[in-house]
Design a protein around this ligand. Structure first.
Ligand SMILES: Cc1cc2nc3c(=O)[nH]c(=O)nc-3n(C[C@H](O)[C@H](O)[C@H](O)COP(=O)(O)O)c2cc1C
Length: 288
């Protein structure tokens, strides 16, 4: 900790002393705290400069991005350490309260889940079910729906450089900033949708720093005969290093799959609620 910083340090508890000079991470996101930074490498460099300056107090929130800025902090600074040469311990500020940011290695009191829908169809049943998850989250569970997956380019290793396409960087940072994923897909020819597979392929890289590694991921497959796709999804997730959760995913048993069936079927709501419950209780992911 750098004692030369103006104001010195502030001892908050026996185990927590922070520099009075802090860094406000809001400015790392795009305009109005939304979207990825204009220059991702520059944002990471700024964070490392903050640590090098001895500042151990970051003011951040999962609203920045949303979910993006905390992922950047983790990428730039994890593992966090106290003491000389230590890296800042991020704190998040929400509704006026300070609480541990999810980027810390201790479990966060708020569990964050990102939901991905593998259907691109406007009137998609899969996306409708994904949306019900937002309303079903219990206290202390923050559930966010990811942007449509057709914003991602088709996976191409040539594009997967230190500067991946911005949509890919944004999704990776978003995944890095949550505790678990809930992925939903329609069944297409006994498999998962190409859009979801494409997203998972992007998220599976870089190999040595894959945001899916050890992350709990629940999958829900929407179709008339879903077992083949469920098996495929679990196999793919395991290959990435993610932890697929064995959630009871009942065949919905619907004669037709349309929006009225879904909104009117209590089994759908129960399945989503149970899935969120399992994710909420999943062992905390230890980043890095
Ligand atoms: C190209 C195509 C292939 C499909 N193959 C299967 C299949 O193998 N098994 C199945 O149960 N349903 C299959 N379906 C039905 C879809 O899984 C079903 O319509 C799904 O609910 C659509 O999801 P969405 O409303 O979210 O777009 C297929 C649909 C399409 C368009």
């Amino acid at each position: 900790m750098n004692a030369k910083l103006p104001g010195g340090t502030l001892r908050l508890s026996d185990t927590l002393t922070l520099t009075r000079v802090g860094f406000g991470a809001l400015q790392l996101a795009g305009p109005m705290a939304h979207g990825p930074p204009r220059d991702r490498d520059e944002a990471l460099a700024v964070l490392r400069d903050v640590a090098d300056a001895g500042i151990t107090h970051l003011d951040t929130s999962d609203y920045y991005g949303p979910h993006l800025v905390n992922g950047l902090i983790r990428e730039a600074l994890h593992p966090y350490r106290d003491g000389p040469g230590g890296r800042p311990r991020p704190r998040s500020r929400q509704r006026g309260l300070r609480e541990e940011a999810h980027t810390m290695s201790t479990p966060s009191p708020v569990h964050r889940t990102l939901v991905l829908s593998g259907s691109l169809r406007h009137a998609s049943v899969t996306t409708l079910i994904a949306r019900t998850a937002l309303a079903q989250a219990g206290p202390g569970h923050e559930v966010t729906l990811a942007a449509r997956l057709d914003g991602l380019p088709l996976f191409n290793e040539d594009l997967d450089t230190d500067r991946p396409p911005p949509q890919v960087a944004a999704l990776r940072a978003q995944v890095g900033g949550v505790d678990s994923l809930f992925v939903l897909t329609p069944v297409y020819n006994a498999g998962i949708s190409a859009a979801l597979k494409n997203a998972i392929d992007w998220l599976s890289r870089p190999r040595d720093h894959c945001e899916l590694a050890a992350k709990p991921v629940a999958g829900l497959v929407v179709g008339y005969h879903s077992q083949g796709a469920e098996h495929q999804l679990n196999t793919i997730l395991r290959a990435t290093g993610a932890t697929p959760l064995t959630v009871p995913l009942p065949m919905l048993g619907l004669r037709t799959i349309d929006q009225r069936d879904i909104t009117g079927d209590p089994r759908v709501h129960r399945t989503v609620r149970d899935t969120l419950d399992v994710l909420r209780r999943a062992p905390a992911h230890a980043p890095g």
